[in-house]
Design a protein around this ligand. Sequence first.
Ligand SMILES: Nc1ncnc2c1ncn2[C@@H]1O[C@H](COP(=O)(O)OP(=O)(O)O)[C@@H](O)[C@H]1O
Ligand SMILES: [Mg+2]
Length: 229
Amino acid sequence: MERIPTGIKGLDDMLEGGVPKRRHVALYGGPGTGKTSFGFEFLLRGALRGEPGLYLTLEEGPEDIIENMKSQFSGLADKIDESIKEESLIVERPKDYTLESLAEALENRILENNVERAVIDSSTMVKAMFPSEAEYRKSIVEFFNLLKTLDCTSFVIVEAETSRREEIRFEIEHYVLDGVINLYSLDRGDTRVRALEIFKMRGTNHSRDLVPYKVLPEGIKVYVGEKVF
Ligand SMILES: Nc1ncnc2c1ncn2[C@@H]1O[C@H](COP(=O)(O)OP(=O)(O)O)[C@@H](O)[C@H]1O
Ligand SMILES: [Mg+2]
């Protein structure tokens, strides 16, 4: 089976080398857990090996995302600039927040820019546009079925109301998507520790450990084999 290495240090080791190709994975976490950083680095690492990526943002403006990521990943700022310039990393806001519009933007970029990786930030924003949870569920299932027909591998960001592991609840995305990576910000007395777990990943074996990670200037580092204290 073909895999797409995320390029994120440590994460691929938890996934037997990478995310199975053409699968769609939820990045689920509370505010500030690093969802945007994970998604962005996934695309940047792809861009650097000749696999163009599209970051579809529904929340922050594209310029803000790029600025934030250049500051977050200061050691990669030149590479970010280059990838943006040559359009191997594209950050854009769809014209409206409908699933049709997201699908259209994605299809266009696959055709025009040979996009192979995508991030949707976030499905929670799309949900907010629906009058009811039931209608959202119906549409999102159709949308993910459509995603399956597209030749790309994606991360779909899902906002959690909590970053505490004990308090997470299952969202529709947990059921419908091929994989789920949960990001936590864990309370440890007077500090917080970031940790993640691969909750599910269809098509591959994977680690089930809760492992610490850090967002560093040169990229995210997942400390596989280390315990969270
Ligand atoms: N320049 C920076 N240097 C170090 N840490 C940063 C920097 N900018 C943001 N952060 C940290 O990263 C977090 C935001 O990461 P982000 O990937 O945007 O999270 P999310 O998308 O889950 O909200 C901030 O809350 C902050 O802790
Ligand atoms: Mg974000």
